[in-house]
Write a protein that binds this ligand. Structure first.
Ligand code: 3HC
Ligand code: NAI
Length: 693
């Protein structure tokens, strides 16, 4: 093997040249990989009759190196690499396996033939990062698999497996074996004329205008907030013309996307998803979890049990009586049926889950074999403590005792046991078998291996775990409680719930705060407000509208009424009446808020509480808070999370806004110390993330 760069090596076997790409963990197309490919081609094309190119490790190439985006790119850039491959003096065949994404697929498309191994996951996921394929994907894609298929892959970012790649025309053949062996065999077949080769750029493609227009308008309706998917369609439209012109237009559009704030937000979200997996206790060895106990089979307990069954874990679910167990079983069966319908589980696996994996019980001794027991009973400290006293008596030594509480003090719950080191908060989100986020709430005495086990469980359940400390509401609900107040202030002072919701949707959330409250049930917030009433500071402005709504039993969707009437979802006129009455009682003359003003107040409130959470050490880093909001609260991915948003707006601007609003309510709009410090010194949350590693 001869090194062409740090990450690329080549060898000559007879009249075949082999290029091996090795840039762990996923062979990202870094500067060294790009330069190495070009150097290896140059060295080989004068010596051999055909070249095979393959990836070492688990991927061919997982795409451009995302860390390089936003910085100047070293030569050769990826389109030049692709051109060098396509213009190579001898045929080049790509052996594609594992992730072959974005620029990786573009390199493969520039080769003269492609062979897929069974592990292939091919795709053009650039739109998920706010960009478009920038190394010929929008031009070579249509030439190999047609315009419609390219539009599909380039606007959804979905991955295709080997057999679909073959059906699409993206690869020429399927094979099996070690990538190097397949590469050698394939190149020999090229020389023997048994594997046809062609130059992709020379294929003529016709772009049907009607297909393009239909696709573009459907996309505008579906993804109005996003920038790059529409740009991908624009680039694909050039594929039917001259290849070099199409490549030039693709490059220009790619650059436009690179400059867009959405690119920065989406890439931040990509790294947030991965950063949260790094936490202080990660060196500890997780305890084995094969059997999980769940206490309570209501909304959350049934959802948590479903999530565990979907992951193949044994589950013992405990309820107060047989009727409650029947209801839990019906919910779990419905959830699993849904998974079968969506192709997430086979009918046989569902039957096995319900028959062999799930056990229902009303007796604590049935938990004796459980490695972890997750409590999801009513949100009431007395009830939870009683449950934990029972768990302490019946759980085996070493079993992890977890609470799914939304707000309550995990350390207080732990006091009901003689093993606080084994107690942890595992805060799932509803519906628990669907939502990605899991907050891992670490108590004062929680042992490191218990924390590591929480993270390991999240991985098994395919969830994104974020470490949080103990406080009322942890990271997510504490922030939620704070910005929910600003939504109330806005409706008290002049906006309607529907206007607030529309403005927040305009920012990119799927739903506004009042729609979310209707969906979750207004009774939950009402109970929390009552619980916190004795400790509410006298200076705090309290809006009673939500209490009046609840007093009428209008608990949202489940009650048929809330801020909206259901099933049609029109604003509840009686709530508007309540708002007017409350305003009159408080002597408020309603004012007009623009949608922008609504969003600015809402976001400033969110940022301020997020910073206080950082100050209190409840979250480790700003990026953890962003991840909680992104994966648990529907924060629009292209804004990257509240603290990324704050950086993008400028911290001085956030401080200025809060100070402006403070003239109306100095108690609520306090500027957190850390925010002011960063604003004064020109710092940013991105720098804090970097410093934390
Ligand atoms: N660039 C840089 N680093 C990357 C990367 C990339 N393209 N893809 C993955 N990584 C890093 C991750 O950040 C992670 O690093 P860490 O261990 O330090 O946290 C490590 O590789 C492993 O990644 P995952 O934890 O995500 O591993 P998985 O096995 O779960 O997933 C994957 C592998 C499917 C490749 C997934 O990482 C992924 O989807 N990556 C992004 C792929 C992508 O979007 N490619 C297109 C890039 S844009 C492009 O090519 C532009 C071109 O058109 C010009
Ligand atoms: P729920 O009212 O739907 O279910 C609670 C269940 O617990 C009921 O079925 C009840 O019969 C059972 N239960 C009560 N006491 C019990 C006991 N001593 N032994 C056995 N079973 C008992 O409540 P939900 O919504 O499932 O909430 C449960 C917990 O999860 C609460 O702590 C809540 O704060 C938390 N949570 C709720 C979320 C939600 O969106 N509903 C989201 C995240 C957490």
């Amino acid at each position: 093997m001869t090194a062409a760069s740090d990450t690329v090596s080549y060898e000559i076997v007879g009249d075949v040249g082999l290029i091996c790409l090795e840039n762990p963990p996923v062979n990202a197309a870094s500067a060294s990989l790009r330069a190495g490919i070009v150097a290896a081609l140059q060295a080989l094309e004068i010596e051999v009759s055909a070249i095979g190119i393959y990836g070492a490790g688990r991927a061919f190439i997982a795409g451009a190196d995302i860390k390089e985006f936003g910085q100047p790119q070293a030569d050769p850039i990826l389109p030049e690499v692709c051109l060098a491959v396509e213009n190579c003096a001898v045929p080049v065949v790509a052996i594609v396996h594992g992730p072959t994404l974005g620029g990786g697929l573009e390199v493969a498309m520039s080769c003269h033939a492609r062979i897929a191994l069974p592990s292939l996951r091919a795709g053009l996921p650039e739109v998920l990062l706010g960009i478009i394929p920038g190394a010929g994907g929008t031009q070579r894609g249509p030439r190999l698999m047609g315009v419609r298929n390219t539009l599909d892959l380039a606007t959804t970012g979905r991955h295709v497996k080997a057999d679909e790649a073959l059906a699409l025309g993206l690869v020429d053949r399927l094979d099996e074996g070690a990538p190097r062996d397949v590469a050698l065999r394939a190149a020999q077949e090229v020389i023997a004329g048994r594997l046809a080769t062609r130059r992709t750029a020379e294929i003529i493609v016709k772009a049907d205008r009607t297909v393009l227009n239909e696709f573009a308008s459907a996309l505008r309706a579906k993804q109005a907030h996003l920038f790059s998917p529409h740009k991908a369609v624009e680039a694909v439209a050039f594929a039917s013309g001259d290849f070099a012109h199409g490549m030039q237009r693709e490059r220009e559009i790619f650059q436009e996307c690179i400059q867009s704030p959405q690119r920065a937000g989406l890439i931040h979200a990509f790294f947030a998803e991965r950063a949260v997996g790094k936490y202080p206790e990660m060196g500890a060895t997780p305890r084995e979890v094969a059997e999980v106990g769940v206490v309570g089979g209501g909304t959350m307990g049934a959802g948590i049990a479903t999530a565990c069954l979907l992951a193949g874990l044994k589950v013992v679910l405990l309820e107060m009586n047989v009727d409650a167990l029947d209801r839990a079983r019906a919910t779990i069966t419905g959830n699993l049926d849904g998974a079968v319908k969506r192709g997430k589980m086979s009918a046989e696996a569902r039957d096995a889950a319900l028959g062999e994996l799930l056990k229902l019980s009303t007796k604590y001794p049935d938990f004796s074999a459980c490695d972890m027991i997750i409590e999801a009973v009513f949100e009431d400290m007395t009830v939870k403590k009683q449950v934990f006293r029972n768990l302490n008596l019946h759980a085996k030594p070493g079993a992890i005792l977890a609470t799914n509480t939304s707000y309550l003090d995990v350390d207080e719950v732990a006091k009901a046991t003689a093993r606080p080191e084994s107690v942890i908060g595992l805060h799932f989100f509803s519906p628990a078998h669907v939502m990605k986020l899991l907050e891992i709430v670490v108590g004062a005495h929680t042992a490191p291996e218990v924390v590591a086990t929480g993270f390991a469980l999240a991985k098994k359940l395919r969830k994104i775990a974020v470490r949080a400390g103990v406080c009322d509401g942890f990271i997510g609900n504490r922030i939620l409680n704070h910005y929910r107040k600003v939504a109330d202030y806005l409706i008290m002072d002049g906006a309607s719930p529907a206007q607030v919701d529309a403005a927040v949707r305009g920012f990119g959330f799927a739903m506004g705060p009042f729609q979310v409250m209707d969906l979750a049930g207004l009774d939950i917030g009402w109970a929390t407000r009552k619980r916190l009433a004795p400790t509410r500071p006298a200076e705090e402005r309290y809006v009673e509208i939500a209490d009046r709504v609840c007093e009428n039993g209008w608990f949202g969707r489940k009650a048929g009424r809330g801020y909206y009437d259901y099933p049609d979802g029109t604003p509840n006129a009686d709530v508007l009446q309540i708002i007017e009455t409350e305003r009159a009682k408080a002597g408020i003359t309603p004012c007009d808020f623009s949608d922008q003003e609504i969003v600015e107040r809402y976001m400033t409130a969110m940022v301020c509480e997020a910073v206080r959470i950082l100050e209190d050490g409840i979250a480790q880093r700003p990026i953890d808070i962003d991840a909680v909001q992104l994966f648990g609260y529907g924060f629009p991915r292209h804004h990257g999370g509240p603290l990324h948003y704050a950086d993008s707006i400028g911290l001085a601007e956030i401080v200025a806004r809060a100070e402006r609003y403070a003239s109306e309510d100095a108690h609520y709009w306090q500027v957190p110390r850390l925010l002011r410090e960063l604003a004064d010194t020109g710092g940013s949350f991105a720098e804090l993330n970097q410093a934390a590693g």
